[in-house]
Design a protein around this ligand. Structure first.
Ligand SMILES: Cc1cc2nc3c(=O)[nH]c(=O)nc-3n(C[C@H](O)[C@H](O)[C@H](O)COP(=O)(O)O)c2cc1C
Length: 334
């Protein structure tokens, strides 16, 4: 390889929008523009089961990041309707972005009804997880919403792109809850080989350096879950909050023992609930049926968190967490 060719190869690898021939499309970049134009930091406060409610979403979106919640967190469809109405009423006039996470796994028997409510309240972003985004694309696109798919492998990412999603959430190693296993250093560039559209990276991103590193790798936005669990506006108990503050990276265990799919939890909460991280017998099957919400013992008593937990130093309001991130970001610029 001569010098000229080497430079050309490097240019191609580095150029994020290399992608004249890649999947992207101007409409997808403009979809990103719409979602991010009012943001103070390129952050989505990740949707978290039994953690994210309307207060967390509103505080996040008002603070200049994107708030989100899993539809599954509302016990009933009437609750979900009330939550979505409350969020839309504040965010719509201010044109603030917010997101709803839909579990598209076959065990979610109320998915159709959840989609109907999204058509009414029109969250600008819908993020699908644990299944194919195909079932929701048409309905969400019909009201002008964007659909991002949460993926843990390049194969799932290619599938989602081929179905016509507007963006990808690439869940990497170290993430809280259902985690990926790939390093972001390999995963993001791998995705950028075939996808130039909106890309969110997740996994142990808990401070401004993580945000900047993700952007340097080629991401547009990051998911931050663990960093926000102990926000005052979340739905969790103080026991969970205090355990997060006391925990460091080595206190996180990734195990299949709780849901049958690898997920990261606080070790002390697993032990409190009588689980052994290495356990494989008695493993529950993945179950997102509404009934699970009334006996969601696994997630209520066993507390999920990712490897970035060491950045959680105190219980604070969302506004303070975002202010700290913004200060850190500006110090990095200086
Ligand atoms: C307590 C908890 C619950 C979660 N529940 C969901 C969920 O319901 N749906 C989903 O798509 N992801 C869920 N996740 C994953 C997050 O959306 C996100 O991928 C993860 O928090 C990112 O990693 P981080 O925690 O290291 O920032 C959950 C994560 C945590 C910590």
């Amino acid at each position: 390889v001569d010098g000229g060719e080497a430079t050309e190869m490097a240019r191609r690898t580095v150029s994020e929008l290399d992608a004249g021939q890649l999947n992207s499309g101007m409409d997808r970049r403009s979809c990103l523009g719409r979602l991010t134009q009012s943001l103070k930091a390129p952050v989505i406060v990740a949707p978290m089961f039994l953690v994210s409610g309307p207060a967390l979403v509103l505080a996040s979106s008002l603070a200049g990041v994107i708030g989100s919640l899993p539809a599954a967190n509302a016990r009933t469809l009437a609750d979900l309707e009330q939550w979505l109405g409350q969020i839309a009423e504040t965010c719509r006039p201010l044109q603030l972005p917010w997101a709803v996470n839909l579990i598209v796994h076959k065990s979610n028997s109320r998915l159709r009804e959840e989609i109907r409510l999204l058509e009414t309240y029109q969250p600008p972003l819908v993020i699908t997880a644990l299944g194919s985004p195909a079932t929701v694309l048409e309905d969400i696109h019909a009201y002008g919403g964007a659909v991002f798919a949460d993926v843990t492998t390049p194969a799932l990412a290619r599938k989602a792109v081929s179905l016509g999603v507007d963006g990808l959430v690439v869940v990497c190693a170290g993430a809280g809850g259902h985690t990926g296993e790939y390093s972001p250093f390999a995963f993001v560039p791998e995705i950028r080989r075939f996808w130039a559209g909106p890309l969110v990276v997740a996994g142990a991103i808990s401070n401004a350096r993580g945000i900047r590193a993700a952007q340097l790798l080629g991401a547009d936005l990051v998911y931050m879950g663990t960093r926000f669990i102990c926000a005052k506006e979340s739905l969790v108990t103080d026991g969970y909050r205090n355990m997060l503050v006391a925990s460091r990276m080595e206190d996180i265990v990734a195990t299949k023992a709780v849901t049958g799919v690898t997920a990261s939890f606080l070790r002390a909460s697993l032990e409190q609930a009588g689980f052994c991280a290495e356990q494989t017998s008695g493993v529950r099957a993945l179950d997102f049926s509404p009934e699970r919400l009334t006996d969601a013992k696994a997630w209520r008593d066993i507390w999920a968190a990712g490897q970035g937990v060491g950045s959680v130093e105190r219980i604070s309001a969302v506004e303070e967490i975002v202010a700290q991130l913004l200060t850190e970001l500006s110090l990095l610029e200086a």
